[in-house]
Write a protein of this length. Structure first.
Length: 161
């Protein structure tokens, strides 16, 4: 399916209606609705903004603004695995800057870029909530802590080959 033909599937419509019903204010349901659409496509195509807006009773511009604001809402296709490397103070003090340079060199990409083979999208994150085990990163939903260059190589080499 090309991005030009993306529409909300009936299951997504039903789920977004259910999500909306859980919130007293429709706009509060927007991020969960965006994440639901992302679960279906792997990202949130702009072509879906109108449908989301209609279901939630919001302006399409509001949907676009929120989608573009949140780091974990992808407004462009991403790799099969998303890597998030924490670069907050605790992680930086524990060597995240060296890990960041290593990941970028190993993958040949900078933050918010996807590898040429579509395997990984790499993102630097403000905080992943594991300060006591810094530096850390997420690959998909799996958290890795106390990173070293060698540990990063091992993780990336065995992830979604």
């Amino acid at each position: 399916m090309t991005p030009e033909t993306h529409t909300l599937a009936p299951a997504a419509v039903a789920d977004i209606r259910e999500i909306k019903a859980r919130y007293p204010v429709a706009q509060s349901a927007l991020v969960p609705a965006l994440l639901r659409v992302q679960a279906e496509y792997g990202w949130v195509p702009p072509e879906t903004y109108d449908g989301i807006a209609e279901l939630l009773g919001l302006d399409t511009e509001v949907v676009a603004e929120v989608a573009s604001f949140y780091l974990l809402v992808f407004t462009a296709p991403v790799g099969r695995q998303v890597i998030q490397l924490c670069t907050n103070v605790s992680c930086l003090l524990a060597g995240a800057d060296a890990i960041q340079a290593h990941v970028e060199a190993k993958l040949g990409v900078k933050t918010r870029q996807t590898t040429a083979d579509g395997r990984f999208t790499y993102i630097v994150a403000e905080c992943l909530g594991a300060c006591e085990e810094a530096p850390c990163m997420l690959v998909g939903e799996k958290r890795y802590k106390r990173l070293t260059r060698e540990k990063v190589d091992e993780i990336l080499d065995r992830t979604d080959s």
